[in-house]
Design a protein around this ligand. Structure first.
Ligand code: AMP
Length: 151
């Protein structure tokens, strides 16, 4: 099996993040890889910066609507020991932006959570399915349990 050097963890600030993050952390340690963390903002306006849609967290100036997202990302990244230059807030559609970021930053493994979806939800598609569709590198989908699902 090839070694992974650059692992990207995608977080949506849900309660599942911790579980997915622990798996990404374990892989990072196993492969002695570099861990990056990304959250895609699809519901707040993008600030006017020289960066375009991909902005390193430490380059973001203070903006009220961004503070919660910045704090959420900082908290998870601190817990995982992700260095400040590997924390990213990105604007756009999550599945496309995660895949595009991975390509641009030479990521070789993307780690996302995956809910077992049925019916209409399955037809509408999940972020994990979308990332798998767009990504050019490996994608690890961590199976998340639905409420009421037996383990
Ligand atoms: P979903 O398919 O929307 O339930 O999301 C499943 C997984 O996709 C999450 O556990 C995250 O790993 C990833 N994800 C979903 N939304 C985002 C987002 N806005 N930014 C980064 N990752 C996300």
């Amino acid at each position: 099996m090839n070694e992974y050097r650059n692992i990207l963890l995608a977080v949506d600030f849900s309660t599942d993040d911790h579980y997915v993050a622990q798996k990404a952390k374990h892989l990072t340690e196993t492969f002695k890889a570099e861990l990056s963390i990304i959250h895609v903002l699809d519901n707040i306006p993008m600030p006017d910066t020289a960066y375009g849609t991909i902005i390193p967290l430490d380059q973001l100036t203070s903006n009220e609507s961004l503070e919660t997202e910045k704090n959420n990302l900082t908290k998870i990244a601190d817990q995982l020991g992700v260095s400040s230059c590997h924390r990213w807030l990105v604007w756009g559609e999550p599945k496309q932006e995660i895949a595009q970021f991975a390509e641009e930053y030479h990521i070789d493994l993307i780690v996302v959570g995956s809910h077992g979806r049925h019916g209409l939800a399955l037809l509408l598609g999940s972020t994990a399915n979308g990332v798998l569709h767009y990504a050019k590198c490996d994608v690890l989908a961590i199976r998340l349990q639905e409420e009421g699902e037996m383990s």
